[in-house]
Design a protein around this ligand. Structure first.
Ligand SMILES: [Zn+2]
Length: 286
């Protein structure tokens, strides 16, 4: 399906919008690179799109690795490890207190031009499937439906014992009832809704167990040290094999399964387009 008519004004907009805040700092986008992307969009009709934290920075959510603005470059804080979360109550108290303080800011983030474009492209029939490493639900907010959240979502809470699943917004109400005097809000946020708080503040934070079985409650997010479910990865292998091209946006592709997905594309050797705009091919990485 030709989507030339919808993509041209959108890319033109991205290039020209003076109010568009580019994060992290970089040189102005090269018009040749935009043309290259435009040609790619026009040429392929069953594109597999993979997005990482870089697509959400314009929505006010930082990524992990960008110089100066990424979480790892600004702060010594690191995401909680799965084994620590499940084995130590003090870690769960700290995690949920920080997540509670950051939820209002994190959940108010809105999709930016990239999310909106991908949703529109899907409506026009150009996207076979979209997989995101992000847990921020911004693709959903923009209207994307053919999507897999590889690392889950911060918008759901899950019991590790009985798989009871419910909304994070509801959990915010429960946490508020259990912690009526905890009045800390943050203006700084991490890609997973974490914020930094004085450790003393978090020690007395009350965290409930699952009301059905007493199990541990955890956001429905794949933590560091935890594996993406195999079934989910196998489903994506099928999706990518039925696609005719791959577009990677805002991901450093450091996770091994991302590289595996790329290697399963049955097509000519991939080209790579980066900020310097070197080559174009079946796989575009931006
Ligand atoms: Zn349970």
């Amino acid at each position: 399906m030709k989507i030339k008519n919808i993509s041209a004004p959108i890319f033109h907009n991205l290039y020209r919008n003076k109010h568009y805040q580019f994060v992290p700092k970089h040189e102005p986008c090269n018009p040749d690179s935009i043309s290259l992307l435009q040609d790619f969009v026009n040429k392929y009709s069953k594109v597999f799109v993979l997005t990482g934290a870089g697509v959400s920075t314009e929505s006010g959510l930082p990524d992990y690795r960008s110089k100066d603005v990424g979480l790892y470059d600004r702060s010594p804080n690191r995401p909680v490890l799965f084994k620590d979360f499940v084995s130590k109550i003090e870690v769960r108290k700290r995690y949920w207190a920080r997540n509670f303080a950051g939820w209002k800011l994190f959940s108010s983030a809105q999709p930016n031009e990239i999310h909106k474009f991908l949703s529109l492209w899907e409506q026009k029939g150009g996207i076979h499937w979209l997989v995101t490493q992000n847990v921020d639900r911004l693709h959903h907010k923009a209207g994307s439906q053919r999507i897999t959240e590889l690392h889950g979502t911060s918008y759901l809470v899950k019991c590790l014992s009985c798989s009871n699943l419910f909304s994070r917004d509801l959990f915010q109400v429960i946490l508020r009832e259990l912690n009526p005097d905890f009045n800390v809000e943050s203006t700084e946020i991490a890609p997973d809704a974490d914020v930094h708080l004085n450790p003393e503040l978090t020690k007395s934070f009350n965290v409930p167990d699952c009301e059905k079985c007493g199990g541990i409650l955890k956001p429905d997010v794949v933590f560091f040290g935890e594996n993406v479910p195999k079934e989910k990865v196998f489903e994506l292998y099928e999706k990518v094999e039925k696609s005719d091209a791959v577009l990677v946006l805002g991901s450093s592709l450091e996770a091994w399964y991302m590289l595996n997905l790329m290697l399963r594309v049955k097509c000519p050797p991939p080209g790579v387009m980066q900020k310097s705009g070197v080559e174009a091919g079946v796989i575009l990485i931006i």
